[in-house]
Design a protein around this ligand. Sequence first.
Ligand code: HEM
Length: 80
Amino acid sequence: MLIAIIRAPQSSHARRALILFVLVSAQAVLGISTLIFEVPIDLALSHQAGALIVLGFAIAHWRAFVGSYPAEDARPAVSR
Ligand code: HEM
């Protein structure tokens, strides 16, 4: 995250890296709270939902590295 902010400040990659850092930190705080309060159902469900959000955002962040999908006519033809 720091490298992204230093090397490419103001870029969407740096912004997404910062958001991912905040999400993971919030998820860790939620996980620790869940443990401290002996797993109340609302905190436990929030923690599980947070894990889904973190996973989805991390995949979207990773996918942005790969670039855009190839155009329909740029794909190799399938031999039959
Ligand atoms: C930061 C990244 C974290 C992620 C992505 C994450 C993800 C998850 C997931 C997916 C579950 C559900 C597991 C299941 O149902 O079998 C879970 C459960 C749990 N996690 Fe985490 N966790 C994180 C951090 C933490 C931390 C730092 C703690 C506490 C020290 C913690 C404490 C717990 C507890 C107590 C449960 C059982 C209660 C529940 O299902 O919500 N987690 N975590």
